[in-house]
Design a protein around this ligand. Structure first.
Ligand code: FAD
Length: 366
């Protein structure tokens, strides 16, 4: 049987902050939902990756969720019993769900895009719900589904439990255990803080963590984004925007410091059956290793398009570096310099504007 085929001008893959922002701007430009543009997402509900974040990640412990274009997040941030206890995994999905309805965005879910190929000048996206054929693609698939764990000798023989930030739920499951928390970012610190209240923890980072007592400024944010943008324009793998912002010294961090939890150790070089070992032979016996070692972009479905250069990165161009230099029909949003809620927002607009122009689609406004 021939798979069902849907033809669209622009296919948006992913309905997180980046995909919804792109969809909003495609709509604003006058593309019609359905044959003008559709958004495919394989998650069960709205919210992008936020729907999967661990329960103790609240709106007071995230860096901040930027508004989507045209609708404020404020009223969703107020839900919950106590201010500051609102789960990001509840508030953001509600916000995104209402947003999709309010702007009648054509989000189809759950639809998994398995692979995108170039056939006769058109982009064919094979999905578990038929074939989508598009003139252009705005890819907004985030990083959540590509957790990164660096290779370490001995990892396979470790008899304890190994998990990544992505699999973390609550500290209770580690009660009484000996836990190695790896990573120098904000997630590592939050998980270390929580787990150390019920377990014996050891904090390990590759580099000396950089704490910042001064509030994070827009200028520092702009500089961090500019560094990542420069990398992708040169075809290098992006690195993370959120990770370069330093570790803010929050009241929780101060309290953890006072409890003696932030005693950082350098990276071990070997994993043994029962723990980790440093080059000088020192060992720490562990039941659990939690890797808070970041994410990579979830782009495997684009592999047949051969977008990557020899260095493993994708050379990007365009006003906000959302356009793939090798193929102007493809934009990556929420990628590299736009991998933050504010960046994803801006990238969605740039991608919608530049792609409709490139495809010479009739639009209402520029
Ligand atoms: P996502 O929200 O990941 O959305 C991608 C969507 O694509 C998902 O819905 C997924 O189902 C879908 N998808 C993926 N692959 C496919 C496929 N093959 N087929 C169909 N659908 C697919 N940024 C901030 O600005 N402030 C913060 O406080 C902050 N905190 C963070 C905390 C954590 C723990 C993490 C990991 C990130 C944080 N970020 C934060 C980064 C931020 O969440 C993202 O950069 C931002 O939300 C943009 O998301 P996105 O739309 O690119 O991706």
């Amino acid at each position: 049987m021939t798979p069902q085929r849907t033809d669209v001008d622009v296919l948006v893959i992913g309905a997180g902050q980046a995909g919804l922002s792109a969809a909003f701007h495609l709509r604003r430009l006058g593309l019609s939902p359905g044959d003008g543009y559709v958004v495919l997402d394989h998650a069960p509900g709205p919210g992008g990756a936020w729907q999967f974040r661990w329960p103790s990640l609240t709106l007071s412990t995230v860096n901040g969720v930027h508004d989507l274009p045209g609708a404020s997040f404020d009223e969703y941030a107020d839900i919950g019993d106590l201010p500051g206890t609102v789960r990001a995994s509840a508030a953001v999905p509600r916000y995104f769900g209402d947003y999709e309805e309010r702007f009648a965005l054509p989000v189809r879910r759950p639809v998994d895009v398995r692979v995108v190929c170039d056939r006769d000048g058109l982009l064919h996206a094979e999905t578990d719900a038929g074939l989508y054929v598009a003139r252009g693609v705005i890819n907004a698939t985030g990083t959540w589904e590509r957790p990164f764990v660096p290779f370490h000798p001995g990892a396979a023989r470790f008899a304890g439990r190994t998990l990544h930030t992505r699999d973390y739920r609550t500290p209770d499951e580690f009660a009484g255990a000996r836990v190695v928390v790896v990573g120098g970012g904000i997630s590592a610190l939050q998980i270390l803080d929580e787990v150390s209240r019920v377990a014996d923890t050891l904090w390990v980072t590759r580099r000396e963590p950089v704490f910042s007592d001064v509030p994070f400024t827009p200028e520092a944010g702009t500089a961090a984004v500019a560094r990542v943008e420069d990398r992708v324009r040169r075809g290098l793998p992006p690195g993370s925007v959120v990770s370069v912002t330093g570790l803010p010294v929050t009241p929780a961090v101060r309290a953890a410091r006072e409890r003696g939890v932030l005693d950082r150790h350098p990276m071990f070089d070997e994993i043994t059956e029962h723990g980790v070992r440093w080059p000088d032979g020192t060992e720490y016996e562990a039941d659990v290793i939690i890797w808070n070692t970041g994410f990579r972009s979830a782009l495997d479905h684009l592999a047949p398009l051969r977008l990557r250069g020899p260095g493993g990165g994708i050379t990007m161009t365009g006003r906000l570096a959302t356009q793939v230099a090798r193929d102007a029909r493809i934009h990556l949003v929420g990628y590299g310099p736009s991998a933050s809620t504010i960046g994803a927002n801006r990238a969605g607009r740039a991608a919608a504007t530049e792609l409709t122009r490139h495809l010479a689609l009739p639009t209402r406004v520029g």
